[in-house]
Design a protein around this ligand. Structure first.
Ligand code: GLA
Length: 385
């Protein structure tokens, strides 16, 4: 249905049929939150919620963009890609195109129609999915070979420098490199990675959006990043480390007296969360889901109390999830201040979980949460139509 509709819309917008489909994934993160930009390990997985880009090469010097659900279109001139920073829609695409050009790639004009099923502002990385799918489309049309990890890095750079969000590498990496039914254990300091089967037996992950209106998320995110960078500088006066993730809990105890104000709890979160990632991967590999659930809860409490990126909506949603008898653990994912939670729930109890948690959340917060049917899929895909 959706596919046919998108193809029709492409034809309507651009007057000729689409010839290719490029997709990149939204993501969840099992554990390892707000540590990617501290050189920590993260454990994301790519979703069936995706940015689908229908495309056709035109050979002109324009990249034309149209979007499902948004009226009108945007035209990017490939000779003046620096000039679209203030666009509300189309700036991610322009940023990626400019980064490709800066790498010496001769861009070729094309028409692109975006049918994004990753909900915007949900903490499921719609922006990374848009960037990565665009990067792949533009490389294909330019006729250049590309490496998916390089495209993830380039997409992150575009988000940092063009869109002004100082994000880490996790989202773009997961969006590009995801593997069906696997999570990616990614060391953000080296980009070494390992695929780990996300096998939860009689349990599954339920993704829920707290639907908090999006506001000031980017500025608060950038502020956290500045705090941990300041903490690292102070710690480096006494320890020879290149990132906070290199500190053990023992090291943290030693440097604690150096840190004051918010820098202390922020650093404690990062160090403890890095340890939790290792324990979570061990638990998952051993099939110890109760332990994994406990670690998810601890991660949420740390993000709430030490890193202060949750808010009452995410706290309520995860607390109601935790209170359900067939839920092993629940936490916020992504940048926070709104967006989604993941919960480990018994498969046979999912409908009851959604009904109970949904009702309790709505009663407390005053509006409904959204629960998604998700599966873990591959990252980037390219197909001929
Ligand atoms: C956002 C960023 C990521 C990461 C998470 C928090 O999703 O884009 O790089 O920092 O927040 O873990």
């Amino acid at each position: 249905m959706q596919k046919a509709n998108a193809k029709e819309q492409f034809l309507k917008n651009f007057g000729a049929p689409a010839e290719e489909l490029f997709t990149a994934a939204g993501r969840i993160n099992v554990i390892g939150e707000h540590v990617d930009y501290c050189g920590g390990k993260v454990f994301p997985a790519a979703l069936n919620l995706r940015c689908n880009v229908y495309g056709k090469k035109t050979g002109s010097d324009k990249i034309r963009l149209a979007f499902n659900g948004i009226e009108g279109s945007v035209e990017l001139d490939i000779h003046s890609l620096d000039g679209y920073r203030n666009l509300k829609i189309g700036n991610y695409q322009a940023g990626v195109a400019l980064e490709l050009q800066n790498k010496g790639i001769a861009l070729v004009g094309c028409d692109l129609y975006y049918d994004c099923t990753v909900p915007f502002g949900s903490g499921l990385s719609s922006s990374a999915a848009i960037e990565v799918s665009t990067a792949v489309a533009l490389c294909e049309y330019a006729g250049v070979a590309y490496d998916k990890v390089e495209l993830a890095k380039l997409s992150q750079k575009a988000e940092n420098e063009y869109a002004g969000v100082n994000c880490g590498i996790m989202d773009q990496f997961a969006s590009a490199m995801g593997k069906k039914d696997h999570a990616i254990l990614l060391d953000c300091a080296t980009l070494a990675y390992e695929y780990v089967p996300l096998q939860l037996g009689e349990y599954c992950l339920v993704v829920a959006n707290c639907n908090k209106p999006h506001s000031l998320v980017e500025s608060k995110y950038n502020e956290r990043r500045q705090e941990v960078e300041a903490a690292l500088k102070i710690i480096q006066t006494s320890k020879n480390v290149s990132c906070l993730a290199e500190l053990s809990m023992q090291d943290f105890a030693e440097v604690k007296p150096l840190l004051s104000g918010t820098l202390l709890p922020r650093t404690e979160h990062v160090v403890a969360e890095c340890e939790r990632v290792n324990r979570a991967v061990t638990a998952l590999k051993a099939g110890d889901l109760a332990e994994l659930g406990k670690l998810l809860n601890e991660s949420h409490f740390s993000l709430r109390d030490l890193y202060e990126v949750t808010g009452k909506e995410l706290d309520a949603l995860s607390a109601h999830a935790r209170a359900h008898k067939d839920c092993l653990g629940s936490r916020m994912i992504g940048g926070g201040f709104g967006g989604c939670t993941i919960s480990i729930v018994k498969k046979s109890a999912v409908a009851d979980f959604i009904a109970q948690v949904g009702a309790a959340y709505c009663a407390e917060i005053g509006y409904a949460a959204t629960f998604y049917e998700t599966s873990i899929e591959d990252g980037v895909t390219v197909s001929k139509l």
